[in-house]
Design a binder for this molecule. Structure first.
Ligand code: SAM
Ligand code: SF4
Length: 437
């Protein structure tokens, strides 16, 4: 039996929504009298906030549990949270006797109660998706990073044939507008200069007849807030109103993450994506008409069952057509319970490796070209953290590039810079004279 924990540590894996959940869990535990363990210090309670999207990520959760055993044979109290917890439920306790409690992404507001139960020797599991919003049970936001995440929408009804999200995160729900605006205000009061609105399909957010564009316009009115971003968007929910907002709302940053997954219409159909390469490209065109300098990012899956070399060539073509400023690419991973896992023609690992390498090389060319195209621009960066060298700080440009700059400005400072040099993954900036004075 574990004694009542006094200190805790949270390890979040996977998407930004897990990072957000990790922050909320931390606030919740702090409110309930626990203290975050200092760096290097053993924590009494470890929350593993896991990701189930690909097999590797899910397996990592169990190896991480194993690693929590200390040299003297003791271990902290362990809570398995996140999407692996949701997908595995009580099975997780059978797979690893070290796990003291299992809590899904819609139930973590109950963690303090579960910790108390575990201290009494129970091994509680809660993977309910209750109708009442967990958000109502969470404490008010107090401190925030310069760039703060804010989840506005959860779950997904799209059922792409490869994806576990509709099963682990449940049906699509939008948080009420007033709650989001109140949380955004609290984040700005707590020090946020940028708010990143999050959702599995963030652009499907809808409440009281308002869509995401209306929400962005409302949040943009908050004094002290400098920047707004949102992620991840689905091509089918990219409304004209949202596209127009990019041309009209100054605080909305010129960056759009719009996953396409494949350039082949045959593969897109088998994936149950509701867009074609043509409709996707039309959306990109409209976006560029609304905001000429927009940086486009995306997600790709290579090696979906049945993908031929010709299909893969179509993916390379769409990369060239869009000229991505950045993109994430993954090898297809068969997930239990998804339709694609049952499909014939699963692709050999070495074919996937080869395609992934070629795709990443092509994306890297466009990323470097985009970065080079911004050299010489006068712009603003939001300082986020210190760099590796003394006197160096790192900030983000409007196009989400990391920008290294010689400066002693504190995180949260908006700095006027000129972008002076481009690398494949970051930029160098120089402070413009009026700030240097
Ligand atoms: N809702 C977003 C969309 O549809 O664009 C994506 C959310 S998903 C959490 C993030 C990315 O993981 C997807 O865009 C996809 O590229 C990748 N992904 C999802 N399931 C996968 C799988 N079974 N194998 C490999 N990559 C996967
Ligand atoms: Fe997964 Fe598709 Fe939903 Fe995105 S839209 S979360 S890829 S099912």
């Amino acid at each position: 039996m574990q004694s009542t924990p006094k200190t805790f540590r949270i390890k979040s894996f996977g998407c930004q929504m897990n990072v957000y959940d990790g922050e909320r869990i931390s606030e919740l535990l702090t409110d309930n009298g626990l203290t975050a363990a200092a760096d290097g210090e053993d924590a009494d309670l470890v929350v593993l906030n896991t990701c189930h999207i690909r097999e590797k990520a899910a397996e990592k959760a169990y190896s991480d549990v194993g690693r929590l055993k200390r040299e003297d044979g003791s271990r902290p109290m362990i809570a398995l949270a996140g999407c692996v917890a949701q997908a595995e439920g009580a099975e997780a306790k059978r797979r690893s006797p070290m796990i003291d409690m299992v809590v899904g992404p819609q139930a973590y507001h109950r963690l303090p109660e579960m910790v108390a139960q575990a201290s009494r020797g129970a091994r509680p599991v809660d993977t309910d998706m209750p109708a009442i919003s967990k958000f109502d049970a969470l404490p008010k936001r107090r401190r925030a990073n310069p760039s703060a995440f804010l989840t506005v929408q959860e779950g997904c009804d799209k059922f792409c044939t490869y994806c576990v999200v509709p099963y682990t995160r449940g049906a699509e729900i939008s948080r009420p507008r007033a709650d989001i605006v109140a949380e955004a205000r609290a984040l700005v009061e707590g020090g946020a200069k940028e708010i990143v609105l999050l959702g599995q399909n963030v652009n499907a957010w809808e409440h009281d007849g308002h869509g995401l564009a209306g929400l962005i316009r409302e949040i943009a009115r908050i004094d002290g807030l400098e920047r707004i971003r949102y992620t991840t968007s689905h091509p089918a929910d990219m409304t004209d109103a949202l596209i127009a907002a990019h041309g009209e709302v100054g605080k909305l940053m010129p960056y759009l993450h719009l996953p396409v997954q494949s350039g082949s219409d045959r593969v897109l159909k088998a994936m149950n994506r509701s867009h074609t390469s043509e409709t996707y490209l039309r959306t990109i065109e409209k976006m560029r008409d609304a905001r000429r300098d927009i940086a486009i990012s995306g997600d790709f899956i290579v090696g979906f069952p049945g993908e031929t070399e010709e299909d893969f060539q179509a993916t390379l073509q769409i990369v060239d057509a869009v000229r991505y400023a950045s993109a994430y690419s993954f090898k297809y991973s068969a997930r239990p319970g998804t339709p694609a896992a049952q499909m014939e023609d699963q692709i050999a690992p070495e074919v996937m490796d080869d395609r992934l390498q070629r795709l990443q090389a092509r994306i890297a060319e466009h990323q470097l070209a985009f970065n080079r195209s911004t050299v010489g621009r006068d712009t603003q960066i939001l300082i986020e953290r210190s760099g590796r060298h003394p006197g160096q700080m790192i900030g983000r440009s409007p196009w989400l590039q990391s920008v290294h700059v010689e400066s002693s400005a504190e995180p949260g400072t908006m700095l006027d810079v000129t972008l002076t040099a481009a690398g494949p993954n970051s930029m160098t900036g120089a402070i413009r004279q009026k700030d240097a004075a």
